[in-house]
Design a protein around this ligand. Structure first.
Ligand SMILES: Cc1cc2nc3c(=O)[nH]c(=O)nc-3n(C[C@H](O)[C@H](O)[C@H](O)COP(=O)(O)OP(=O)(O)OC[C@H]3O[C@@H](n4cnc5c(N)ncnc54)[C@H](O)[C@@H]3O)c2cc1C
Length: 429
């Protein structure tokens, strides 16, 4: 096996896009993945012949456009999400109907407008979404609705830094109108892998990188497979493994998502929608309690059906946050959660629970055992920045969603691939 020009460690979305970008510029690239599949947090997990999403499932326009530029042939379709809040529904992307619905609470709507106006005009020192809601809104409907983005980012409203919203615009992530890959996350991964093959990338799976060492003008990478330990060298290495250790030491870890997986038989979903979100009264407080490690009787969750080639069965992922510090659910807790979730689903999509033929929980511990990383939302960095794409070595670079640029989603992972590839190309003769 001849040594490559560049080694990319980790074949999640970021590693795949990095390898593809560099190979398209005539670099000989090795892409090394520890698991027996490519895609990292993107992909599907088959259980009893049914396919559940692993983690990411809808994607912003910024990322979709980057993939198009790379020539990845995956098609994306625009789908709505529907929020269920106290007997009413709100569809996103939001439109004029949303404003009309907010106007049903005229005093609080006026307070919201005043808050937004003052915030934009004088930029008072409001840092988080709960600073904003506490300053301008009374507990109730509008406050709850305004705090929903904190759930979407997996934080308590007290930890939702308003900069999250600024990043959306600054980096053009486009999550206000997301798309879902036709055929599901597996289709996206297999199209990326095929594009990598077509451009001559050498893809290695079941190969764990254990050491990255600088040796003069080269980098030596040691990797283990079940059969042997070997070393290869290259002029540049891009490491897309999690860089959480390079985060400022006071960074609070992200919360963990648990999955309840449901299998339905003969249920037809409305094809206009991708995600259904249950958001209870005072959902922000529920997120706050989960963040503090406490269960609460009512909590937000969302679910979505997976694309299926089987007309009869549909696999559904239900996502919700586990209290901080809890990674495993015992049977009694599972039953309690199941009862709550199914009771809510009954009100959201009345015929759905009758069609459920199978369920199982896939808690954070099971996720870790299967995929070797926690199902964790990346934390907001309060003091400092995400680790830079440069490491201080001319030969080793950081990529992936835990490196620059800011943002805590696949959009940031794919943008990091673009940025780090440009950096490497600039420094490679
Ligand atoms: C539950 C959940 C739901 C999410 N939903 C969404 C969503 O809907 N939309 C969205 O945009 N984002 C979502 N995200 C975030 C999104 O999944 C990630 O930001 C993105 O997939 C990260 O891609 P990546 O390539 O940076 O990292 P990863 O996907 O983590 O890839 C890193 C790869 O490196 C490999 N690796 C690690 N160590 C080694 C080693 N020593 N040797 C070799 N390989 C190694 C790993 O196995 C992995 O394949 C979600 C995240 C979670 C946890």
């Amino acid at each position: 096996m001849s040594n490559p020009d560049i080694i990319v460690i980790g074949a999640g979305l970021s590693g795949l896009c990095t390898a593809l970008t560099l190979a398209q510029q005539n670099k000989h690239v090795f892409l090394i993945e520890q698991l027996d599949r490519f895609g990292g947090l993107c992909g599907q997990h088959d259980v009893n012949g049914h396919s559940y999403t692993i983690a990411c499932n809808d994607f912003g326009n910024g990322m979709i456009n980057s993939l198009k530029r790379l020539g990845v042939k995956t098609q994306f379709e625009k789908k709505k999400s529907r929020v269920f809040y106290e007997g009413e529904t709100i569809d996103t992307p939001i439109d004029f109907m949303f404003l009309l619905k907010l106007m049903k609470s005229p005093q609080q709507f006026a307070a919201l407008l005043k808050g937004i106006w003052q915030f934009r005009r004088t930029s008072p020192p409001l840092v988080t979404i709960s600073d904003f809601t506490n300053a301008y809104l009374k507990p109730g409907r509008i406050k709850d609705i305004v705090e929903i983005p904190a759930y979407l980012m997996g934080t308590s409203p007290a930890d939702f830094n308003l900069k999250y919203l600024a990043y959306e615009t600054e980096y053009k992530y486009g999550y206000n109108n997301p798309g879902v890959p036709v055929g599901g996350p597996n289709q996206l991964v297999s199209d990326l892998v095929a594009a990598c093959w077509d451009h001559g990338v050498t893809l290695l799976k079941n190969t764990k990188v254990t050491e990255v060492k600088e040796k003069g003008a080269h980098i030596e990478v040691t990797m283990n497979t079940a059969q042997k330990v070997s070393t290869i060298s290259a002029a540049k290495v891009i490491d897309t493994r999690p860089h959480s250790k390079a985060y400022p030491p006071d960074t609070k870890q992200g919360m963990m998502l648990c999955q309840l997986r449901l299998l339905t038989k003969n249920h037809t979903f409305d094809s206009r929608y991708h995600t259904y979100l249950h958001y209870p009264k005072d959902g922000g407080n529920a997120m706050d309690r989960l963040d503090k490690g406490q269960w609460c009787a009512q909590f937000p969750f969302h679910f979505f059906p997976n694309p299926t080639s089987d007309n009869k069965y549909t696999a559904i992922n239900v996502f919700f946050y586990q209290p901080r510090g809890i990674t495993h659910l015992d049977e009694a807790k599972q039953q309690q959660l199941l009862d709550y979730i199914l009771a809510c689903i009954d009100k959201m999509l009345p015929k759905l629970s009758d069609s459920i033929v199978e369920h199982h929980f896939f808690d954070a511990q099971s996720f870790f055992d299967e995929f070797h990383q926690w199902p964790q939302v990346m934390p907001f960095i309060w003091h400092g920045n995400k680790p830079s794409n440069q490491t201080g070595s001319q030969h080793i670079f950081r990529g992936g969603h835990t490196a620059y640029p800011p943002g805590d989603h696949a959009g940031a992972a794919v943008l990091s691939a673009e940025i780090v590839s440009n950096l490497v190309m600039k420094e490679t003769p």
